[in-house]
Design a binder for this molecule. Structure first.
Ligand code: GLC
Length: 571
């Protein structure tokens, strides 16, 4: 760790005697405009050479994150876990996974990052828990009807021998949502519910222990200085206790396992915990809901601060579609006073460089297939334009590790090395999510590209493609035209320009004009305009006094296809 780096730009001291400064003591509204970098810890940087990323690796690259210009990092789950679903199967919330490090290292990391002005957000997974968690082991060992089983959803099967599932809910991961238990005498017993894999039994949120345990988890980590939590599968926790089938037409709030009204009370309780800490500790929901008004209900002043805007991420690369998404998300957020988030990808979805180079540029879990052709150059060009477009929109911005390097989806991973349950549970039809989770390339011209320290005994846990030499941090830092340089410059402008982040937003043209021209142009006030050209011909720029940044060079003063420019304007 470079201590010179750690002591710049702050009057805090780093080390064992350092004092935790409340992140938001400086700016209580930091989260409304923050740039939040998502670290998929297994794949970020490996400090100890075992082929898996870890806390030591992250600590060694905090300077990289500071230079990139991020305000916060969000860690995907770093807890003890059998990793049946990449850590979203938590065995113990109060222990760091031994492959990643120890609690003391996490505490040190939180302090060191904060000393560089970077806050830490962690992931909590309240819908389910690992089947190796003591609660579930105790439930399996106990009798039907026992208090141990009440923390989960155990039910007898239907049919004469109880060998039919209690209902036919469909898993987000393909396949069944119920697994039958075996009694101590070897005979088949009750079934238990798991909306994801059998290793992730769903918790019963009507049970007071479940609620208490999660509020204690929040306190444990807030006490250690974390600035917020990302709430996994946040709209799924509450179930209709009668566990009915999903009707063909579902009235708002009446789905038996999604977006039930009782959820809001849970999050009000969490908000009260967060607000009991000094400064602003934030709640960020992972909420996939087609109904944007229902979505925004979670963002009322006494619930979550923000939630991931997956609507924008899922749309195709087309001006009209994206404009519609921006309008509907801003309109839904306005009445609750919450800022929108802008997200191009995460550890669950196809990388933008690959997605935007395909014929169908939208994202949907159900349509992911192997061997979908893509034009990487076109996808990269559009991903650059998308990076500037999203960074100019009002609200907070998420950057998934590797997107700042323009990493493509790794689509040629050997099948026998794939790990994602989405692949296995779809019988190999869905390629799964391993392709966006391949370890980061830092330096050098061949795998492991500096991901593991030199001389490491183990190869990276997922193999990196052979053609990533040009995509390493080392290669891109030197190249002013690289994706990394674009991100660094853009985030630098975003940080220093008072119009960017949260604040006013105005389209420059009518919707019809923009639909016809294939251009999206908007002003953020204070003389800042962003313009993106989705059409296949160059377009004229509005009057401007200075070109601040463009995703590709202008051509004869015109904005080429699939590019974005940021302009300083008179008004
Ligand atoms: C969320 C996570 C995903 C995980 C799932 C189940 O969608 O982002 O990675 O598999 O929840 O916990």
């Amino acid at each position: 760790m470079d201590t010179a780096v750690l002591s710049t730009g702050t009057d805090q001291h780093v080390g064992s005697e350092s004092v935790l400064v409340s992140p938001s003591a400086v700016d209580p509204l930091w989260w409304r405009s923050a740039v939040i970098y998502q670290i998929y810890i297994r794949s970020f940087a490996d400090g100890n050479g075992d082929g898996t990323g870890d806390l030591a690796g992250v600590r060694s690259q905090l300077g990289y994150l500071r230079d990139l210009g991020v305000d916060a990092i969000w860690f995907t789950p770093w807890y003890a876990s059998p990793l049946a679903d990449g850590g979203y199967d938590v065995e113990d919330y109060l222990t760091i996974h031994p492959s990643f490090g120890e609690l003391a290292e996490a505490e040190a990391l939180i302090r060191e990052a904060l000393a560089l002005g970077i806050r830490t957000i962690i992931d909590v997974v309240p819908n389910h828990i690992s089947d190796q968690h003591p609660w579930f082991k105790a439930a399996l060992a106990a009798e039907p009807g026992s208090p141990e089983r009440e923390r989960f959803w155990f039910r007898p099967g239907r049919g004469t021998n109880g060998d039919e599932m209690p209902n036919h809910w469909v898993s987000n991961f393909s396949g069944d949502t119920w697994t039958r238990t075996t009694g101590a005498d070897g005979t088949p017993g009750e079934w238990y519910l798991h909306l994801f894999t059998p290793e992730q039994p769903d918790l019963n949120w009507n049970h007071p222990d479940v609620r208490r345990m999660h509020e204690d988890v929040l306190r444990f980590w807030f006490d250690r200085g974390v600035a917020g939590v990302r709430i996994d599968s946040a709209a799924l926790l509450v179930k209709d206790p009668a566990l009915p089938e999903v009707p063909d037409v579902v009235a708002p709030g009446e789905h038996p396992n999604t977006d039930r009204d009782e959820l809001h009370d849970i999050y009000r309780g969490w908000r009260a915990v967060a607000d009991s800490y000094d400064g602003t500790r934030i709640l960020v929901g992972e909420i996939w809901l087609p109904d944007v008004e229902r979505f925004a209900k979670y963002l009322r002043a006494d619930e979550m601060h923000t939630a991931f805007n997956f609507d924008f991420m899922s749309r195709p690369w087309r001006a009209g579609e994206l404009r519609e998404s921006i309008d509907s998300m801003l309109a839904a957020h306005a009445p609750v006073g919450a800022p929108s988030t802008w997200v191009l990808s995460n550890h669950d979805v196809t990388r933008p460089v690959t997605r935007y180079g395909r014929d169908d540029t939208s994202f949907a879990f159900a349509t992911k297939r192997f061997h979908t052709p893509t034009d990487r150059a076109l996808g990269t060009r559009r991903a650059r334009a998308a990076a500037l477009l999203t960074a100019a929109l009002p609200g907070s911005l998420y950057v998934y590790q590797g997107d700042e390097l323009g990493l493509p989806e790794a689509e040629e991973l050997p099948l026998d090395l794939l790990q994602d349950p989405m692949y296995f549970r779809s019988d190999g039809i869905d390629p799964g999510r391993d392709g966006c989770r391949v370890p980061m390339p830092w330096s050098g011209d061949k795998p492991p590209y500096g991901f593991t320290p030199s001389g490491a005994a183990s190869a990276p846990w997922l193999p990196q493609p052979d053609d990533w030499a040009d995509l390493t941090v080392e290669a891109q830092v030197r190249d002013s035209g690289s994706m990394l340089s674009l991100y660094r410059t853009a985030l630098g402008i975003r940080r220093s320009h008072p119009a960017l982040g949260d604040g006013p937003f105005t389209w420059l043209d009518s919707e019809e004009d923009e639909r016809n021209s294939g251009v999206l142009a908007f002003s953020r006030g204070l003389g800042f305009v962003s313009i993106t050209n989705f059409s296949d011909a160059p377009v004229t720029l509005p009057d401007y006094t200075r070109l601040l940044l463009s995703s590709v060079p202008l051509e004869n003063g015109l904005l080429p296809p699939d590019s974005t420019a940021w302009l300083r304007t008179q008004h």
